[in-house]
Design a protein around this ligand. Structure first.
Ligand code: SF4
Length: 897
């Protein structure tokens, strides 16, 4: 076995941009860990990194180009999809001009070579692009007003701090490299104060938690400023010599008392006192602004008073102090290679209203949309509007890794490499190091880097010569500012390079503003912050998830339902309890969710983790308002207000489903998840593990019996089978539908009197199936669209019970699905299987680790496994789509019967 360790840099949408060590065995990535030699990472990367290895090899990852034909994805060659795209671009540019093409460049993977994507569209003539930000725009805009240019303290400077205020920042989930610095401050006796309406995981290592009303942080900062002034502890030199606007800002402060400001902020006065005390007596304090602060229409009314607080407390320009927000991730490159100079007046659309902006675009209208490294349908506000806008385009092209919500709407899928398969450089929006992106493994399948894709696309245009250069040639060109600072490409490939950036910005007391001084806010209208609405009493805070980066997850990784958090008292007021299915409703849409009640929460907010896919029922942006912040063109997601309601009475919602799981290896996958998403309440019993079965169907409305390795005829191996058979019959007799999958299908056949027998060979893998005539007309299977190849894993089959209607068959096994009784269905195939299950079964069976089935391994060649795996992405996706439709049809049919 050969083992290699490759130094690289994480390029995901995360401020840490960690230095990583990729361990590769026999050409396969086996481990990712933090680089111990990276000055900031210090060997500690997040738990999301370890999971990334699975993501690279996920069965859901799209590893060959796809194009949609008649609404269905088909595998295609690179030449085919690039020709298709090039022809379309040429036609549209000739007929409507280049601005009829929209290029949407997402935030995933902001590496040096990514500048060239936009360069391509500028060479094309200047396509429409996006402006503004889904993330930090408002804060950056506000800090630019105060400081002249947003520059942050080097994170390593926070080791000089005697206290730290994590103002809406949550390092435990989104900025891991700060955790050890915060702990160091605590160890030295300093306070770490978290200011956040939500109880983030960072509260666990903080000394204090202040929970202001969302968007009212500025009032808290003003109150603390007044207390510092009252104590005479303000930095007079700053106010009199290094800042402008002090009389005006003082007038703003004088207009309110401390209790008034605290009341506006929704906190007790003691919170402002704690903050002021920290800044006065644990000097210097580093104040770190998080991304939640930006997500308000008047975010500058929060951020500018915090900046001012830093100045009043004398922390600006001081080691260990400062008000830090972020860094310029594209700063170290020669930005002329965006190519914007070629078309300085090209049209841009504002990202916070992307759906609306596309629909309103005229002269020309948007005809082609190209998306790279982004999932706007899921991550931008008002998803429904974006779906509508994308639906109107003649062609949508998506470059990425998975069939997410945006990919689903595309006509062409360009499968991209991950950073582990790429050669590039990466700067950070969270620190001052540029790191190497070294290829650790060969591209999986037929994936290509965006750099390669655009090179090959450009080769189909007259400007090919402008674009064609090797990776090294482009890096040498784009990174000129780095070479001027003393870096070399050769050295950079070995490890990180620290930019020539200050550890402590503004240390000389000057600021890059017109006056050379800090500019205090000179107007404040608190009335614009009033937004109470009795119909929608809660602010909806869609915070960054702990387990994932944005929407980077697979379909299989989604829980059945998304969770939301509400204060215990509010839940009680509404007659709700923990675990209830509730409807979250805004003026824009509604979503079914699982309620989690939380003792430590503010009563005026609902909290949810963002990033779950719409198609998995987790699309919180179906509820959010699309709008733009007053300063900085940010996206005020948190201006969305919601109400929480018990889920309305409905024959399906609240339907009680008993799920019998015969083996841990055979969970309900897509089938039971879809039932839960439809509002069913599932009770899962594992009788093989000792759970007693109920004696009658009473208390349940439906029954699902899953697969397992047991023989359906073997009551010794399954002593509970006779009781289960009786239960299946009783459910059906009571008009309560039954669905049996694999073993469950065979048990259903047996329950109705059929014999079960062992086949001469195992049926394994994704197998072509056909519907019988009855199947075509069946309301469950026939209405689910064409039946795709579905996973089989069984050695037993059954006779058709008397009265059963055969619905589907395969070449090796005639009885694949039947309908019987009042509304009972048997499915021999594993339609429920998700990508995680498929990966596990293939791996275990190929390596003869799957119990009784191991004896059949020799029936299948290694080529069979390789072929199946290469087809996984489409097989898994089509199977999942089909299963969800079948589950819904089964549920609806049951309701009608
Ligand atoms: S996701 Fe963030 S914390 Fe995790 S490895 Fe990547 S850069 Fe580091």
């Amino acid at each position: 076995m050969s083992q290699r360790k490759i130094i690289t840099t994480c390029t995901r949408d995360c401020p840490n941009s960690c230095g990583l060590v990729a361990t590769v065995e026999d050409g396969k990535l086996v481990k990712l860990s933090g680089d111990p030699n990276h000055p900031l990472t210090g060997g500690v990367a997040c738990h999301k990194t370890a999971k990334y290895v699975k993501r690279v090899y996920s069965a859901e990852r799209i590893t060959h180009p796809l194009r949609k034909v008649d609404g269905r994805w088909q595998r295609a060659s690179w030449d085919e999809v690039l020709d298709l795209l090039a022809d379309k671009l040429k036609t549209v540019v000739a007929e409507s001009g280049p601005e009829a093409v929209l290029y949407y460049q997402g935030y995933g993977e902001r590496t040096a070579l990514k500048l060239l994507n936009k360069y391509f569209f500028n060479l094309l003539g200047g396509a429409t692009t996006m402006r503004g930000s889904l993330c930090g725009g408002a804060g950056q805009g506000a800090q630019n007003l105060d400081f002249g240019d947003r520059v942050s303290h080097d994170p390593l400077d926070h080791y000089n701090s005697n206290s730290m205020v994590l103002w809406a920042r949550n390092p435990a989930s989104t900025n891991i490299s700060l955790v050890k610095i915060a702990r160091d401050i605590r160890k030295r006796g300093g306070r770490v104060v978290v200011v956040d309406p939500a109880r983030s995981r960072s509260v666990d290592f903080a000394t204090d938690h202040i929970r202001p009303k969302p968007g009212r942080d500025g009032c808290l900062a003003m109150a603390a400023s007044k207390l510092i002034l009252k104590a005479g502890a303000e930095d007079r030199d700053f106010l009199e010599n290094r800042a402008v606007g002090w009389p005006e800002y003082k007038a703003i402060l004088d207009a309110f008392s401390v209790p008034e400001l605290c009341s506006m902020a929704g906190v007790p006065v003691s919170d402002a006192e704690l903050l002021a005390d920290t800044l006065m007596h644990q000097h210097p304090t580093s104040i770190l602004l998080g991304w939640g602060l930006h997500r308000h229409e008047y975010a500058h009314y929060a951020i500018r008073p915090i900046d001012a607080l830093g100045g009043i407390a004398g922390t600006l320009g001081v080691p260990g102090g400062g008000v830090s927000q972020g860094f310029e991730e594209y700063g170290p490159y020669d930005q002329t290679y965006w190519g914007d100079g070629l078309h300085p007046n090209q049209r841009t659309l504002v990202i916070g209203k992307v759906g609306e902006e596309i629909l309103n675009a005229r002269d020309p209208e948007i005809r082609v949309i190209v998306v790279t490294a982004g999932n706007p349908v899921c991550m931008a506000p008002n998803s429904s509007r974006i779906v509508e806008a994308f639906g109107k385009a003649e062609m949508v092209v998506y470059s990425g890794h998975f069939m997410d919500d945006t990919a689903e709407l595309a006509d062409v899928f360009l499968p991209a490499t991950t950073f582990l398969e790429e050669d590039d450089l990466m700067a950070s929006y969270g620190h001052n190091f540029v790191g190497p992106v070294n290829p650790a493994i060969e591209p999986v399948g037929e994936t290509k880097s965006e750099f390669q894709m655009f090179q090959e696309l450009a080769a189909r245009f007259p400007f090919a010569g402008e674009y064609r250069r090797s990776v090294d040639e482009w890096l040498e060109t784009i990174c000129t500012p780095l070479w001027e600072q003393g870096a070399t490409l050769e050295e950079l490939r070995k490890g990180p390079f620290r930019l020539n950036a200050p550890m402590v910005p503004y240390a000389d007391g000057t600021f890059p503003t017109e006056s050379g001084k800090f500019q205090l806010m000179t107007e404040f209208d608190p009335s614009v912050l009033e937004d109470d609405d009795p119909d929608f009493p809660y602010k909806f805070l869609t915070i960054a998830p702990h387990g994932y980066i944005c929407s980077e997850r697979t379909l299989a990784e989604h829980e059945a339902l998304p969770s939301i958090r509400l204060a215990t008292g509010e839940a009680h007021k509404r007659g709700l309890k923990d675990g209830d299915h509730v409807l979250v409703r805004s003026a824009y849409g509604s979503l079914l969710a699982l309620l989690r009640v939380d003792e430590g929460m503010r009563s005026d907010v609902v909290i949810a983790e963002r990033g779950g896919w719409n198609k998995a029922g987790h699309g919180f942006n179906l509820l959010t308002r699309d709008m733009v912040s007053v300063v900085g063109q940010g996206t005020p997601f948190y201006e969305t207000r919601v109400t929480i309601e018990p889920h309305p009475e409905d024959p399906v919602i609240g339907s009680r489903v008993l799920v019998v799981q015969n083996s841990d290896e055979s969970p309900g996958g897509h089938f039971t998840k879809e039932l839960a998403r439809m509002g069913c309440v599932l009770t899962t019993l594992n009788p093989a593990g000792g759970d007693p079965l109920p004696p009658t169907p009473e208390g349940y409305d439906r029954l699902v019996v899953l697969g397992g390795p047991q023989h359906a005829f073997d009551d010794e191996a399954g002593p509970y089978f006779p009781a289960l058979l009786r239960l299946m019959r009783d459910f059906d007799a009571a008009g309560k539908p039954v669905a049996g999958i694999c073993l469950g299908c065979q048990l259903l056949a047996r329950a109705f009197g059929a014999s079960i027998w062992t086949m001469p060979e195992l049926e394994f893998g994704y197998v072509a199936l056909s519907l019988t005539e009855s199947g075509e007309g069946d309301p469950v299977l026939g209405q689910a669209g064409p039946i795709p190849p579905l996973m089989e894993f069984h050695e037993d089959s059954f006779d058709l019970p008397e009265g059963a209607v055969l619905l589907a068959e395969s070449e090796a096994c005639a009885h694949q699905s039947f309908r019987i009784g009042r509304a009972s269905y048997g499915f021999q195939f594993h339609l429920e299987l998700d990508s995680l299950g498929a990966e596990r079964w293939f791996e275990e069976f190929q390596n003869e680790r799957i119990g009784t089935y191991a004896k059949y391994r020799s029936q299948f060649t290694d080529e069979f496994f390789a072929d199946m795996r290469s087809r996984f992405p489409l097989l898994v996706q089509q199977s999942g789509d089909f299963c969800r439709k079948v589950a819904v049809n089964w549920l609806r049919l049951a309701v009608e019967s």
